[in-house]
Design a protein around this ligand. Structure first.
Ligand code: FAD
Length: 389
């Protein structure tokens, strides 16, 4: 069993770490100032400039195939890179990527949607959740009905990330109510100018999703992504891609915050001693590192399974559940170690505290991950006591 990285992998990690430290972290005070004034953390032009800088260093399309100009670094490196970018709360991500399901498009769809998204000229959003169907995604009601050579879509989607900014949506609608999720849901690529409307939803964090309304939105047959009736599988494929990247980002944030807590505990004195001398504080530090390390290896294991072409669903659910809970426990302890300062807006800890809460909800709540893990075991899809299988 080999836990080491190759020389090239270490170099990539180190280059990305220094890029984040040198180019991205210095923007943190500006992000806090902007957000506190009710503006977006980063002006889109600053983000574009950062992405181009990274591109000049060869970091473009981390997980995008080489034929589309990407670096194709694969799932394990993508997870390691997400750990590095997770170390800052600046809303930065490398450019040159597109939703995995856009690769399911035909040549024309790839030209109109996939390639411009990779190039950063178009922005997508993914819409399955509805007011009446979140965890119960099989129960969506948005309807698409054939009319001549078109489809007409009616319905409402909610909590759609990027829904206010996107210029097209990958929307999932019922095309055969008798079949429902078992062959009766279809994915459509719908441009904003085809008529859907969005309304921002304020949240406790900076993550600003939107509600989308479809009222008799007419979509040509050419905009069906994949096959009619095969949309639910595409939706699950889209959701599946992030299952190991979410905990990876959380690991970066948790490590950065734990370091802040260790630094603070060394200098903050109480009752004549640095608080680092007190066992109560030491245990919070120790428990946090144990949980972070556990999350790291569960996450890398899930990414490794994806890389090896093995079924990664069970491992990814475990990694996502564990990583989301871990990050929330660590940020709570880090806030506690900072005492009153942790509760103020002087420090970014309270911002992380609010932001990380989302990880336990989106892309499968804690409860849904537990349900998946338990059902896999009960039905025999996954087994205990396996190593290296
Ligand atoms: C900021 C944000 C961004 C999002 N981005 C997107 C996006 O881009 N695209 C998109 O389509 N969706 C998106 N979502 C939606 C997200 O995936 C859902 O909110 C999530 O799946 C939970 O659904 P729900 O909110 O309807 O909660 P519900 O499903 O109503 O769940 C409510 C509670 O009941 C629990 N529960 C539900 N069913 C069961 C069960 N069978 N057993 C045990 N407990 C259960 C849940 O775990 C939860 O605690 C986003 C949500 C948020 C908050």
């Amino acid at each position: 069993m080999d836990f080491s990285l190759s020389t090239e992998e270490r170099q990539i990690r180190d280059t990305i770490r220094s890029f984040i430290e040198r180019e991205v972290m210095p923007l943190e005070p500006e992000v806090l100032r902007n957000e506190r004034a009710g503006r977006p953390g980063l002006d889109p032009s600053v983000l574009r400039e950062l992405r181009l800088k990274a591109k000049r260093m060869g970091f473009w399309g981390i997980n995008t195939p080489e034929e589309y100009g990407g670096a194709a670094l694969g799932p394990v490196m993508s997870a390691i890179i997400a750990m590095e970018t997770g170390r800052t709360f600046v809303p930065f991500s490398f450019g040159g990527s597109a939703d995995n399901i856009l690769y399911a498009g035909n040549e024309e769809q790839r030209r109109r949607y996939l390639i411009p998204t990779i190039e950063g000229e178009r922005r997508s959003c993914f819409a399955i959740t509805e007011p009446g169907a979140g965890s119960d995604a099989r129960n969506i009601r948005t309807r698409a009905v054939r009319d001549g050579g078109d489809w007409v879509i009616n319905g409402e989607k909610t909590f759609i990330t990027g829904g206010s900014e996107a210029d097209f949506v990958m929307v999932f609608a019922v095309t055969d109510p008798d079949k429902g999720a078992d062959g009766g849901v279809t994915c459509f690529l719908v441009d904003r100018d085809m008529g859907w409307k969005s309304e921002p939803i304020p949240t406790m964090g900076q993550w600003g999703p939107a509600a989308l309304v479809f009222e008799n939105v007419r979509v040509p047959e050419a905009n069906v992504l994949g096959e009619v009736g095969k949309g639910f599988e595409l939706a699950m494929q889209w959701i599946g891609q992030g299952r190991y990247l979410i905990p990876a980002g959380a690991i970066g944030a948790a490590e950065r915050m734990l370091q802040m807590a260790i630094d603070y505990a060394r200098i903050r004195t109480s009752m004549g001693h640095p608080i680092a001398d007190y066992q109560a504080i030491q245990w919070m530090i120790a428990d946090s590192q144990v949980e972070i390390e556990a999350a790291k290896w569960l996450t890398l294991y899930a990414a490794w399974r994806v890389r090896e072409g093995l079924d990664a669903r069970h491992a990814s659910s475990i990694a996502k559940l564990n990583g989301a809970v871990m990050a929330n426990q660590v940020v709570d302890r880090v806030l506690q170690i900072h005492g009153g300062m942790g509760y103020t807006k002087e420090l970014p800890v309270e911002r992380w505290y609010r932001e990380l809460r989302l990880l336990r909800i989106f892309e499968g709540t804690d409860e849904i991950q537990r349900r998946t893990i338990a059902r896999n075991l009960i039905k025999g899809h996954a087994r205990l006591a396996t190593i290296g299988e």
